[in-house]
Design a protein around this ligand. Structure first.
Ligand code: NAP
Length: 211
């Protein structure tokens, strides 16, 4: 499978590269700047901005699926993710591609019964404390994916991420997550690759918690 990855330089992005490569897949990687790290053999690096349609198209070109693991940098909190995701979705449509996995977070978007009370409270407190529009950027990202009309969208909603080893995970639209839940980036990356290989959550949200 050829996987287009947005957020390749990030911590989860690096774990996705490792898990996908181990599973024998090829990657088309988006970076904002030339990567300092080595990239796997046979993968393609595209350096560019995510508001540049040519760069986004080049990342997606010829791929079987797209994975978006973009986040906000603590030192440069600019709301760009909803717009970048919209451009990715629209470009996929013009390329007649449909499989899109987007990682947001358990505190983002609609707070269903899967999200524990404490986590909901924390989400509300975070929103009222930070007036910088970052949470709203992610809410809008999620809305745009769900409204995309792509046949193969999946929104992946982890609780806290850790840098621990790859454990097994539990996942699903009603999988409970709370303040004590976490999942390692390595485990989440493996889940993403498994979901690409054998889709279970097309047109669904999946909360993912490590065991
Ligand atoms: N941390 C948690 O506990 C937690 C919990 C739930 C969900 N999540 C979500 O999980 C995902 C992955 O998290 P992570 O910790 O792996 O994130 P990360 O290491 O901070 O990586 C963020 C990625 O976004 C890219 N990025 C940031 N600003 C950008 C911009 N303006 N234009 C283009 N790319 C930009 C970064 O590129 P550069 O390297 O070039 O800056 C990097 O590739 C994120 O969506 C995050 O919100 C995290």
């Amino acid at each position: 499978m050829i996987i287009a990855l947005f957020g390749a330089s990030g911590r989860l992005g690096q774990c996705v590269i490792e898990a996908a490569t181990e599973a024998g897949h090829t990657l088309r990687l988006h970076y904002r700047a030339k990567p300092a790290e080595d990239v796997p053999e046979f993968s393609t690096v595209v350096v560019g901005r995510l508001d540049d349609p040519t760069a986004v198209r080049e990342v997606l070109r010829g791929s079987d699926a797209a994975v978006v693991v973009l986040g906000h940098k603590p030192d440069a909190r600019v709301p760009y993710i909803a717009d970048a995701t919209k451009l990715i979705v629209n470009t996929m449509k013009t390329l007649e591609q449909s499989r899109l996995l987007v990682v947001t977070g358990a505190m983002i978007g609609e707070q269903t019964g899967a999200v524990g009370f404490g986590m909901r409270l924390l989400g509300m407190a975070t929103r009222s404390r930070s007036a910088d529009g970052m949470m709203e950027d992610r809410d809008e990202q999620e809305r745009r994916v769900k409204a995309s009309r792509l046949d193969g969208w999946t929104v992946i909603k982890p609780p806290r991420l850790s840098d621990g080893p790859a454990t097994d995970v539990d996942a699903g639209a009603t999988q409970g997550v709370g303040l004590r839940s976490s999942v390692s980036r390595k485990a989440l990356a493996r889940f993403i690759v498994k979901e690409l290989e054998a889709p279970q959550f097309k047109q669904q949200v999946a909360y993912v918690a490590g065991r």
